[in-house]
Ligand binder design. Sequence first.
Ligand code: ADP
Length: 667
Amino acid sequence: MDRTKLYRRFRTLLIANRGEIACRVIRTARAMGLRTVAVYSEADRDAMHVALADEAVLLGPARARDSYLSVERLIEAARKTGAEAVHPGYGFLSENAEFAQACYDAGLVFVGPTAEMMNAMGSKSGSKALMEKAGVPLVPGYHGDAQDDTTLAKAAEKAGFPVLVKASAGGGGRGMRIVRSAAELGPAIVSAKREAKAAFGDDRMLIEKYVDNPRHIEVQIIGDSHGNLLSLFERECTLQRRHQKVIEEAPSPTLNAAQRETVCAAARKAAGAVNYVGAGTIEFVSDGKDVFFIEMNTRLQVEHPVTELITGVDLVEWQLRVAFGEALPLKQDEIKLNGHAVEARVYAENPTKNFMPSVGRISTWRLPAETGGLRIDAGYRDGDSVSPYYDAMLAKMIAWAPTRDVAIDRLNRGLEDSDVRGIVTNIPFLSALITHPKVRANAIDTGFIERELAALTSGAPAPGELELCAAVAAIVNDERRAAQGEANSPWQTFGWQPVGRRQRNFALRVGHGPEQKIALNYGSGPSTLVIGERELAFTVVPKDGGFDLTLDGVKSSVAAVIDGHELYLRTRNGRFDLHWVDPFGGETDEQTGADKIAAPLPGTVVAVLAEEGAKLEKGAPILTLEVMKMEQTLRAPYAGVLKSIKCKVGDIVQEGIELAVVEASGE
Ligand code: ADP
């Protein structure tokens, strides 16, 4: 095929994907001066990638088959918008040779390899045969055409148990079984074939020696249409759950320089065997010493940012330049390895409930700034919804540093400084994982997460004195912020003193645990917190995302978010989720007597429910205040006549202010 027809300059790029990868591709395409076209399903009307692109085309219903997987609708979207090229991202149709061909047939540039290259590398058996010919090391095993029981049994016997039975067409760990003895082989083949037939429409199997304590090591490669092919070092992706990567890093901490050169050379040989064009990944399994080819992915990978951070190369930019028909801008010896990068995949899922996906609206989305070596590739924003139709990956957090240890610490700090609410995320799990001593020591294999699951999901410790005090400080700080902008707000200076000394009581609990009581004393003199017998002096200095709490003479930084009654805190002891039991209870205040209709806390009047002059029963509603995002209705303290209402809807009222007067009927 004439490559000048395949690859040529274009001005408008359609991104046939969604979520973070669509956003990621749009960012670089825009920086290169291209016009970008997003596509979306009905579930993604308000998605971030749609907002970022210059144009967006509705493909169809939420179901991927009717939208992101519809070749016909994607080609039609390109035609409608005048797009000249298509970037497939990863997943969906990114490794689908028919899609690459359909783009070509429609006169579009496909940002990736040709359909022929995909076909050559698409089956594990086919690619292994190619690699064998090219002299790339393979795991001992069988990848021939004959599929009868005797051939497969002999192959397994020859490789030596344990073996892996793998679907040749497989992906995502499906159609794969570990077999530890000859007796297990027959049934394993039957069930793997059944799964492969259903998932891929192809039940051909291959047999591989199961590598003990396996590690996953892969090499990033990229080729252009002028015959240049480069490797951009390797990534280690050994931290997996159910054969899905969770944490990836570059370079691999397992390899020394000589092994690094060996694996990169093997990868170049592998890609060279098909004169590969575009970005791709050669995957190897390793026993920590040697590496064995397992498969090639003919697309950009989720974990490409770790490679970008250690090489300084924007892989999407290079993909686009290759698609323009340009030659790669660097030579192999100009690609330098600098420092270390680690990536964590942030998912909407619940690690304590078997990683069940979590769907719903994101009510808080606070991620740290991309400074100090931190990069965040996100596909969601505050207020977005996570739908049940697609992969639940929300974002990737990637940290770079000169050394692996510092990169891990930076990543952990970034995770700890993140707060996503409304849905459950795996952020605390990721923190626990990357700070695990065995991960730090690189004493891992692909089974590590499964083995350590209980320890990795055990959750936070019980809140101590610091956390209880921080919770009260967070509530007070939030109230003060709500009252800001009002002249003479009593909360503006802490220790405001209306009449004498006042006490406010708080009750907090974790989950359904016992209530823990804490009292705030304020008024004349410094404010104090009382827990049991202890009375502690404290001060609060607000800052972005929380405050500095000085407690008993020690200052510490607290990240805090309040969502209704739920408090999220991060202190030096970790993450804590607390429930504020009764924000309006326990107020002992000489000023706000039971008979007075006054604001219990600073708030906003959201409804006036009775008219002046109305006759009221005891307990009749008079007005509703919104306090701390909660509505509270103030009621008649006794039967009588509503003499006056001293506020209107929309007023921001201070604590203790009289809002209405009821004259007792005297009966
Ligand atoms: P899929 O395409 O379904 O993801 P792969 O062949 O890429 O399947 O394998 C997925 C994962 O399974 C690898 O990352 C590795 O952890 C593990 N694996 C694959 N082959 C072997 C093997 N021969 N021995 C041990 N582990 C393996």
